[in-house]
Design a binder for this molecule. Structure first.
Ligand code: NAD
Ligand code: MG
Length: 293
């Protein structure tokens, strides 16, 4: 196989400024993020497994869902009700791969929903082996004194509390060999000035990955986190970054460009698969080069 230069293996140009209301639609972005539709090739790594993925409509979660389906897994996805258009696209792609795709829209800020949706996923899939808690909310704020209580609560409810509630519910169903994967961030270890609340939540996910690896080890359940760097997704253009940061988004990384969600899929597959039998409590950086420790 021929080498590919990572500097231009994916889009390496500037991005147009573009603003959407939270949570944003991937299908309306320019360029549309690459979530692996045209490239990901499965190799039967997850045949017969059942996966539930939050934020599975777009971005990093969608790249994981497409890869899981092509590796032979049935999937259920959660997303915000405003993202139905993106979710329908995912359903079509998954079904083309010959797998089930169960759509479970709803707002993860609600405690009852965050639990109920896991129960529904288990019931409708007829089992649960892989739990990817990937939904996230990021709204930049330059001044701590202007950080509203509502934003602080919303960000913690989506990024942290829903993860705890979903894991509590899922442990009623997960057995030995199951895998939990959280989407943390480089922000969890290297917080930016304009992402105070968001960065705190991503540190929380690294913490819970380590404490639960200790707690769940004896059950044969693994838990790991992925810490992405700057990835071109709807979260960034729907309040995640100031508009003036969009054109050169990601270009300060050693690999000189933003990542695309498709570039993360293989690690979500590895951590979900039986091949990761001795991997738990770890944090995987996929950052374009920024060190995560
Ligand atoms: P994305 O916008 O494509 O996905 C985020 C998803 O979170 C949305 O699609 C939505 O379904 C879900 N979500 C947000 N608020 C919700 C709510 N109230 N209820 C239910 N679902 C809700 O963007 P993405 O970048 O792929 O984000 C996926 C994860 O990756 C997030 O946890 C994000 O923090 C993390 N992350 C992203 C980057 C990046 O540069 N894009 C970097 C590090 C970490
Ligand atoms: Mg989305």
């Amino acid at each position: 196989m021929k080498n590919e230069n990572p500097l231009n293996q994916y889009y390496a140009g500037k991005f147009e400024k573009q603003l959407q209301p939270y949570p944003g639609l991937q299908s309306k972005m320019n360029p549309v993020p690459d979530t692996g539709e045209n490239t990901y090739q499965g190799a039967n790594k997850l045949v017969g497994k059942k996966a539930f993925v939050t934020g599975g409509d777009s971005g990093i979660g969608r790249a994981a869902v497409i890869a899981y389906a092509r590796e032979g897994a049935d999937v259920a996805i959660n997303y915000h009700p405003d993202e139905e258009v993106d979710a329908q696209e995912v359903k079509e792609i998954v079904e083309k791969a010959g797998r089930k795709c169960i759509l479970l829209p709803g707002d993860l800020r609600e405690e009852n929903f965050a639990k109920e949706v896991v129960k529904k996923a288990f019931n409708e899939l007829g089992g649960l082996d892989i739990l990817v808690l990937n939904a996230g909310m990021q709204q930049y704020e330059l001044d701590i004194q202007k950080l509203s209580a509502t934003q602080l609560r919303d960000t913690f409810e989506v990024n942290v509390f829903s993860v705890v509630f979903a894991i509590q519910e899922a442990l009623n169903y997960l057995g030995a060999g199951a895998s939990i994967i959280l989407t943390s961030s480089i922000q969890g270890v290297k917080p930016s000035a304009h992402l105070v609340d968001y960065a705190m939540t991503k540190s929380c996910l690294i913490s819970i990955t380590k404490s639960l690896a200790e707690q769940l080890g004896e059950k044969g359940i693994r838990i790991n986190a992925i810490a992405p760097g700057p990835i071109w997704t709807a979260l960034q253009i729907s309040g995640g970054q100031p508009q003036e940061s969009i054109p050169e988004f990601g270009q300060d990384q050693p690999l000189q460009r933003a990542g695309q969600p498709a570039e993360l899929a293989s690690v979500y597959v590895l951590l979900a698969s039986n091949e990761a039998s001795y991997i738990t409590g770890q944090v995987y950086g996929i950052t374009g080069g920024a060190p995560i420790n």
